[in-house]
Ligand binder design. Structure first.
Ligand SMILES: Nc1ncnc2c1ncn2[C@@H]1O[C@H](COP(=O)(O)OP(=O)(O)O)[C@@H](O)[C@H]1O
Ligand SMILES: [Mg+2]
Length: 359
């Protein structure tokens, strides 16, 4: 985008009217605009003109603001980062600059602004000043934020429902069936029953196993009393046994003083990642690493399977990866997914220790 050339306004080709007339028409137009702040700055950034939209959005009457430097609309933080100067210098070099951010009203309140600054170059090529158009986007931003939150809570709700459905199904299919079998065995006549003692005992043992497994899924054993490392050992060992996939677990550093939320979150990320390895990866080995440095905690789960599919078909009911991102976010961390076709998937969760330590 080239800087606007004021001389084109006075060209006869442009409009067959005198400059005064055009300026008058423009002024009327700008005066009529109430939804946008439209004003001019001189080359040093001082306010030269002020329309009713600017007064409405920013709260200053023309006399209060004309002649003052436009950095008055910026937050202390932006001023410390020299943002006003940087925007003007970008507008000067590129012709125009657009920015979104918090700006201040006269009463000190903030509003979310979309700002476009255009450099005005005179016919002699010298910088005459800047035209600035500002729009108050606070309401739109608030709505977007609300939409994001609503979507997020809907996702969480959906994940919770899916989890409850899964548990209900396991209870019904697994325990329910075993109970029916047991009931049938018991309702046979007593004479026959005597010979079935062994079978009934076996059924009861199997039910106890199922019960333990389902309960363990709901609340990981050992997490409360033995801690995260022991719980991860139990999880990885039972995973290896159940799926015949080798698991290497390496815990390194001080993971003792993690908050309850951090402990359960890290555990659930490993659990969900391992579930994905079992379901999707075709892996032989998976490495789980949990370590701390001075200021960070790092969790990684790396498998040597097929990697993520090249073309991911979005599914509304796939909550594993989304859930892991959510859990990472909840403890102030970030989850990064890396994948190479044929070389497996690596999940890395990095979170500041300051967020997850209890003193
Ligand atoms: N370790 C992995 N190896 C290969 N593909 C994976 C792995 N983890 C996840 N995926 C792929 O990512 C998709 C989304 O995973 P996820 O969000 O957990 O949903 P779901 O497990 O219910 O399919 C999976 O369907 C699968 O295609
Ligand atoms: Mg999954």
């Amino acid at each position: 985008m080239q800087p606007t050339d004021l001389s084109s306004l006075s060209s006869d080709r442009w409009l067959n009217k005198s400059v005064i007339d055009i300026e008058h028409r423009y002024r009327l137009l700008i005066e009529a605009v109430h939804d946008y702040a439209i004003f001019m700055l001189d080359a040093s950034g001082c306010v030269q003109t002020w329309n009713p939209g600017a007064e409405r959005i920013k709260g200053y009457a023309p006399a209060e603001v004309i002649g003052r430097h436009f950095s008055l609309f910026y937050t202390d933080e932006d001023i410390a980062h020299r943002k006003p100067e940087q925007l003007l210098s970008t507008a000067r070099s590129r012709g125009q600059v657009e920015d979104e951010g918090w700006r201040l009203r006269k009463d000190g309140s903030r509003f979310w602004a979309n700002v476009i600054i255009t450099a005005i170059i005179g016919s002699d090529g010298a910088l005459k000043g800047f035209a600035k158009v500002t729009r108050d986007m606070t309401e739109r931003r608030r709505l977007e934020e609300l939409e994001r939150l609503q979507l997020r809570s809907a996702l969480i709700q959906h994940a919770r429902e899916a989890e409850q459905k899964r548990i209900a199904r396991e209870l019904h299919d697994d325990l329910g069936q075993r109970l029916s079998a047991l009931k049938m065995a018991l309702s046979a006549d007593q004479a026959k029953l005597a010979g079935q003692g062994k079978e009934i005992t076996a059924q009861i043992d199997a039910m106890a196993d199922s019960l333990r497994r389902i309960a363990a899924d709901l609340r990981p054993p050992g997490l409360d009393d033995l801690g995260l490392e022991a719980a991860l050992e139990w999880l990885t060992e039972s995973f290896a046994r159940r799926y015949g996939i080798e698991v290497r677990l390496a815990v390194d550093g001080d993971i003792e003083r993690f908050s309850e939320l951090a402990t359960i979150s890290l555990y659930r990320v490993v659990q969900e990642a391992l579930t994905n390895v079992a379901r999707h990866a075709n892996a032989k080995t998976v490495s789980v690493g949990l370590s701390t440095t001075d200021s960070f905690c790092r969790l990684s789960i790396a498998d040597d399977g097929d990697g993520l599919p090249a073309i991911a078909t979005p599914r509304v009911d796939a909550f594993g990866l989304i859930g892991m991102h959510e859990r990472a976010m909840q403890i102030g961390g970030e989850l990064v997914i890396e994948s190479q076709q044929g070389e497996g998937v690596t999940l890395t969760l990095l979170t500041p220790l300051a967020r997850i330590r209890t003193e």
